[in-house]
Write a protein that binds this ligand. Sequence first.
Ligand code: GAP
Length: 454
Amino acid sequence: MTDLKVKSDLMEKIVSLCKRRGFIYPGSEIYGGIQGFYDYGPLGVELKNNIKKEWWKSMVYDREDVVGIDTAIIMNPVVWEKSGHLESFTDPLVECKACHKRFRKDEFEEFFKHVPKGVGAVAPKFGAEMFFCSDGKKHKFEDLTEPRVFNLLTEVYLGVTEPKEKAYLRGEVTQGVFVNFKNILNSTSVKIPFGVAQIGKAFRNEITPGKFTYRTREFEQMELEFFIKPEDKEAKKWFEYWKKQRLDWYLNLGMKKENLRFREHGPDELAHYCRVAEDVEYKAPFGWSEFEGIHDRGDWDLSRHNLKYQDEEEKKEYTPWVIETSGGVDRTALFFLINAFHEEKDRVVLKLAPKLAPYKVAVFPLLANKPELVKKARLVFDKLRPVFRTAWDDRGNIGKRYYAQDEIGTPWCVTIDFQTLEDKTVTIRDRDTTKQKRVKVDKLIKWFQNGLSK
Ligand code: GAP
């Protein structure tokens, strides 16, 4: 089997697991779906919330120099004019003259640069649409139209009387921070250097949504805008500082080092607001792929919005520069899932960091038809449930229950057996090693808290 086929199979397995176990569903599925939109199920919402919680903790709670904010999705359209998005937030689109499939020009070029010979034989699902024309032959550059430029902002119309007022769903959460720069200065005691963090939905009218949740039209971003003195030396220092912080965050949550890298943007790739940009990329089954950007935005935004800072220590007014870290929650969740996915002998196991796992613990009575075991197990379940997200399972045999929890990444399973009734101990089975240990019921909360603090 070719390497490409293995990778394509891996993506299919992830997509299937996500749907089967309630992580991610196709959007509006009962009406045939809608391209570029996904819904998160009961486990997916927990995973995403855990990612956001860990991000917020490290970016806001663990620091003195960052405050949080939550701004509106729809802003005065002038914001997007000033920020340059109306003019420059575009992608070049090319269309196949024969089958009328549309692609982003840069993606098309990148794809064919890397497609190995003979890929037609394996027809990888995540790329096949770009590879094949409707006549079954390989797409060629000569088949394509000249590139046309499309704006990515999603339009909305407000009000009830005609003509309705045109506005935009935000294309990046960032601008909400800049337009509140003065409010934040006036209502808090922040002093440069300081940051403002925000997590929220963003929308882009993507030409080619695809690769599961990798490129969607609605997604969530977690962003920090870090305001610094307008000096090259400061910009370089903070840029490197934030690169390291963000890389360490992913590593500490279990992403494998060999699957992460930084990639600097060339001058022709830089977004209109960027002086310097480096992507954090993950080695996904569909190739190295960006899921966070570290950006030096200079004074682009604050000067466009005509906003300044009065430095009381230096007794002067200036326009601060901004170092931004901009991560996508959905891509991060997808890559944590891919990173965690393991097939071992007869089991599939998601080796998610316990902090990210949707359920931390699952509780089982050894036998569902023994009321004394079920009663005791319910007591343990009720004790753990308010402290940790805890699952209950009394179906099938114990082996099947372990495998069902492995597949969704639950780090620990607690079984109540006959010995529990005698000495008040239970078994804790570890997801990764499958080893079991007996622990006193009244030590359980401490035990799991300890496991989660690592
Ligand atoms: N404020 C800067 C900014 O928005 P970006 O590189 O355009 O920068 C940052 O986006 C992150 O947002 C990306 O690294 C990615 O994780 C996420 N993102 C962007 N477009 C996306 C899309 N269409 N679908 C899913 N995530 C997306």
